[in-house]
Write a protein that binds this ligand. Sequence first.
Ligand code: HEM
Length: 469
Amino acid sequence: MKKYYFALFLEPLPCLPQRFFLGNILHLKNESLFSTLATCQKRFGDTYASYFGPSRFVCINNVEHVQEIFTKRHIYDRDSFIRSNIDVVLPKCLRTLLGDEWHLRKRIVVEPFRQTELPRYLSNLVHLWDLIIENWCIEKYVTDDSNKISSTTNGYMLELLMEIFMGDSTIPEVSFADFCDAFLRFNGYVDFMFTTFFLPTIVKKWRVKMTKDYRESEALLHSYVKKLSDNAVITEKNLINSFLEAHKKEHMSENDIFSDIIDILTTAYTTTKGSSASIIYYLSTNPHIQTKIKEELTTIGINRDTTLTIELVNRLTYIECVCQEVIRHSTEITPFVARTALQDDIIGNDHNRINIRKDDLLIICTYNIHHDPKHWKLDPYQFLPERFLDEDPDRHRYAFLPFGGGHRACIAQQLAMLEMKVFIIRLMLLVTVHRSKDIPTSAINPVIRQEETPDLTGVYLKPTDEEIS
Ligand code: HEM
């Protein structure tokens, strides 16, 4: 609080006008977070402060600063903001740990995400994406009434992730529908902790713990994870077995296992849903990109009966560029990556020096950096996969950071890329994505020059066979 009073009157960085205790929160009533961070960059340049409630964030848009922050791992670590919020619902999961505890846990969690493990997931990915695509073809549109990606997809996506991480999606004596229901309810509370980032954690903690539905879904998930652990087939190499192994060596308690399994499932579920929604959106608005992808598949000799291998997937250069462009351009990817300073520091050089104080929260504005014309010579607001061929060369190493960077970067980047690639491959082998012309789409936000979230209204899939006949 003392620090807040000090900052209120002596803020050294440019900043939007603040309100007592609320900081810049009221600004978010009129503009999304993406848009607010972009507006501030246009107004103040690459470094400015933002106040969400009394919490001060130093916002960073300069890639040299980003590089320095990611490199100084002993000074900048996982931000206290994510740590305190996640800790309420999933205490002591990988994302909330620091120092030696984090290091030990990461060695355990990272096992199933290694490059060498990826081939094992291919057949499950193909099978479940096919089911999801078939389901979308049966329903008229890919969205339901709430205009979110159709809710019947949720179960399939969760099944896909369970097969990947647990080797099997069945839990003894529990119907998958019951597990899915408890998971989705609980996931709503994990989301709540993030989407209400402007509320003090103590308020959110009270709100969540007092909710009967939260307590029930948490208790159910605890009992399901216990059943999964008790019945795991020890010979298989997967996430649950890495955890059980660690439990035997007393490196993880039962509660740690619960927190990490649910954290990985909720993260993977949210990112898989978000990236697939973005892919469908961009394909529906760019029919010529669909044609190019289909041509690439034909050139490499992949048809719907081909058994996919990692070597084949790696030959699909254009599809790789489409995936990279999706995660560069889309608002479904987080607007920022955050760090907390563990000690006082100075970053930058004579021209762009910033004094950082111990406990400062740093916001690395991913979305702004991904759309900064200083780094992207081809109009960064346009969706152009070709920029990742050789058409937009020589950009700074830290101008593209969809998975964050440094020691706290995403542990599942290769798996996430594989999921997206297999989704595009199966989608383009089985269907063409269309958009009804007569259904109005959402307004374009003039600051970020796109819709706030991918608008899938009126998007439907037409099987390739029907299109040919
Ligand atoms: C398109 C998909 C994904 C994107 C764009 C993405 C992005 C990110 C980002 C930006 C971070 C923060 C990095 C940082 O602070 O430097 C992160 C961390 C993390 N991600 Fe991902 N992610 C994706 C998929 C996944 C999946 C599928 C999983 C799990 C299976 C996952 C698990 C994690 C975990 C556990 C962390 C925290 C790592 C740590 O704190 O040490 N992510 N991810």
